[in-house]
Design a binder for this molecule. Structure first.
Ligand code: ZN
Length: 93
């Protein structure tokens, strides 16, 4: 049972949409591949960059995956979460 909105990232408090499935949970571009012990730090950084997050979410809700914008969010959180680069699948036409 989960009280979480199903389309949101599984990391606690994360404002982004979960788009990468891992073991039955869905994570956003920033928490996917990230060190789980650093999830809260990544979430805090996302809240500090709310304008970018809001833009990414508005596009996601419209059914659009904006690769460049989401890569920007990944870049912002990469040094915190130590995750790998996003794959290029979203940039393919
Ligand atoms: Zn997330």
């Amino acid at each position: 049972m989960s009280e979480r909105t199903p389309d949101l990232c599984a990391a606690y408090g994360c404002p982004l949409m979960g788009v990468h499935g891992v073991s039955g949970k869905w994570y956003c571009c920033c928490h996917f591949n990230a060190n789980p012990g650093l999830n809260d730090a990544i979430t805090a950084e996302l809240h500090r960059n709310k304008p970018l997050v809001d833009r990414a979410m508005a596009l996601r809700r419209a059914g659009v995956a904006h690769g460049a914008l989401e890569n920007e969010l990944v870049t912002l959180t990469k040094e915190i979460g130590q995750q790998r680069d996003l794959t290029t699948e979203m940039e393919a036409e």
